[in-house]
Each structure stands twice: as structure tokens, then as C-alpha cells.
Design a protein around this ligand. Sequence first.
Ligand SMILES: Cc1ncc(COP(=O)(O)O)c(C=O)c1O
Length: 436
Amino acid sequence: MKYAKDSLDYHWMPFSANRDFKADPRLFVKAEGVYYWNHKGDKLLDGSSGLFCCAAGHCRSEITEAVHRQMLEIDYTPHFQRGHPSSFELARRVVELTPEPINRVFFVNSGSEAVDTAMKIALAYHRARGEGQRLRFISRERAYHGVNFGGTALSGLVKNRQSFGPGLAGVAHMRHTWLPENRFVKGQPEHGAELADDLQRMVQLYGGDTIAACFVEPVAGSTGTLVPPKGYLERLRQICDEHGILLVFDEVICGFGRMGTPFAAQAFGVTPDIMTMAKALTNGAMPMGAVAVRQSVYDTVVDPAPNEAVELFHGYTYSGHPAACAAGLATMDIYERDGLFDRAAELSPYFLDSMFSLSDLPVVTDIRGYGMMVGVDLAPSSVPGSRGHDAQKKLFDAGLHVKTTGDSAIIAPPLISERAHIDQMCEILRTVLGQY
Ligand SMILES: Cc1ncc(COP(=O)(O)O)c(C=O)c1O
């Protein structure tokens, strides 16, 4: 497919090396199932579900048609003091998947908005309980919680922070959970549960009653798949309970089957108070995110307000957009009908074994993985990140789309993948990474 070369200049691309890309663009023009096609007509395997979005594979006609039908019927509804039936139904469907007692859902348009919304809900919750002094948030090094100012403050990735000032006051970071002794461990590592005691140290440093919430990605995704050590999330839950701190799981990547369960909360048997989600909520077909909370959190914020008063002064023009809800509902139907979360659980051992077979490559310094997500660390060249950048271009040219962060490649194929697709991905990875 042709493109207007001079049009490239006008779009300031997100999280991209703009000049490098525009000098030699790698454009996608078509997608179907586990495949993309580039503008030169080459077919590529999608090794990262787009950006961890397209769990059910690309261009599902059920989703496209549902969105089309919805747009013909009603294009937009405000959701402030108004509504459309689809958002209520989608909330109900999401709650069928969340662990009890998480059963109230607030819609947003992205993962970043979900994170900032969760921060506001946490603050509003404590204020409604008469604990308005709880203004601090605890996050973690190497965390990625999106790019709005709240999420940037929670972020633990230096490049995402350093250009943007000091961020929110009152955010402190626990240590990340990567440990050298856990290199090349498949699944949950044995070592490192004690890293959760960093939260206890924050309690001792700041006072537990000043902390509103602790945010973690159950498996830290964007930084390169850091699987929680055994006992780590349980310990965080325990410390939060002891000190009245809300535990927030950012499930933007982990949610909707990536871990072989609806959410990571079920995979690891730990129930947070608040969950954020996005991406695979609509299979990536429409922008949408959500925050799901325990009923007690909802009731605490909502019940004290007078009946005719707005309870939470927060929301977006496009919260619960009918087209996004239509996509979400069609996506939930596919997940249920095709049993995709169980399929992910079944495929996971094969996928993990295949990816871990790359351990012998000299450039590979670590591999981690859980469910249908694996991080492969590459030995950095003289400039950190440049090998990862180079590798994602070479992999693309060899027929595999993979998301890299710094020098880590994150492999998270669609949950509809067949073993043969995994074999092919592994072969391409071996050929390309074997050249370093
Ligand atoms: C854990 C997590 N939280 C939040 C976000 C931000 O989501 P979005 O890019 O939709 O704003 C991401 C994106 O990758 C993520 O992985």
C-alpha cells in the first residue's frame, strides 16, 4: 500500500524515535488473526498483541460489526447524569470476571486515565471515611502506570520521568522485584517475597495513616515482565490490611486472560481493593479503560452524599462511549464463547518452554515469564536501549512484531495463537537474536 511520504512529517509519534522511523518507516496497513501486513506487503506475526491489546486476534468481525451497528443507532451519549444501556451491561460483564467483592466499574478511555482515576478514587475514599490525611501513594521502581501526571509520578522508569519535573508530592517507590538469583526462572521466583517489606518501611517512615494506596502491576509488564516472587503480593496485601492502605493492581496488561485467568488477581490468589484495566477490554478495537473497585469502596464514596448530589467529581466526555462499549461487549462474548482464558492457560507451558529455549543465545542475559507473557533481556551495547531498538527493527524485517522497552523484548502473542505460530516466533527470535 502506498503512503504519502511527506505526510510523515506532520505526525509527532508517541514513544517513538521520530527521525529514525520517518527515515525508514515500518507501517502496518492490514491485520487479521495473529498477523499484520506492512506497507510493502510483507506478512508479520504479531508477537505482542499490538501493544498487549488484541488478545482475541485482529479484525474480529464480531467486534467490527457490533461497533458499526452501534454507531448507526446512536453515535454518542453523554454519561454525566445521562446514560446508555451498553455501559451498564458492559460493567456487569466485567464484574463477572473480577474477583469478589470487586463489583463496581468506572469507565475511562485508556490505561493512563484508569490509573489517575484510581488515584482519585483512593483519595476520595479516604476523605469520605474521615481520613483525608491519607495523601501519599506508594509505587515501585520499574513500574509503568501510563503517562498522565498521576501515572508519571507513580512510574519507576527514569526516561518516563526525567523530562517532566518533580511530579506529584508524596509518591514513594519500593524496590523493583528483579533479583540476579532469579535469572531464567520460569513462573514465580522463589526469592524476593521480603521485598514487599519495603512497604512496611514506608509505613514506618511516613506513618501508615498517611498512605492512601499502594499501586503495583501484579506482573510488571512494560519494564520487561517481572513476575512477582512467591509470597510477595500476599505480603503486600497483609501490610495494606494492617494499615488501612488500599491495594491497587494495575491490570492494564495482565487483565483479560494474559495470565491464563481473567485477571492476575485470580492467578496469584490475591484480591486488591481496586483494579485498573484497558487494552484487551475491547481487544484494542476501541480506546477504553476501566477502574473496578470493591463495593465497600463505592459505598463509602457514594453513600454519604445527598441523594441528588454528584458523589465523585470526576469523569471524561468519552467515559462509556457507546462504540467502545459495543466493542467491549462483543469482546466479552468472544472471550466467553471461545474460552480464551482457559486456552491461554493451556498454551502457556508450551509458550514459556519455547521462549525459554532461547536462553542459550549469548546475547540473552535473562528470560522471565508467566502465562502468555515473556520478557527477554538482551545484553546492552555501548548505549543502553540501542540494542533493543535495533532488535525490534530487525525482528520486524524478519517478520515478527515485538514491543521492546530499553533492551528487553516483551513477547505476548494473541491468546488465539497456535503452537505453530509460537514455533515460528521462536525461530525468528533465534535467527535475529543469534546474530548479536
Ligand atoms: C500497567 C499499565 N498501566 C497503564 C498503562 C497505560 O495505558 P495507556 O497507554 O492505555 O494509557 C499501561 C500501558 O502499557 C500499562 O502497561
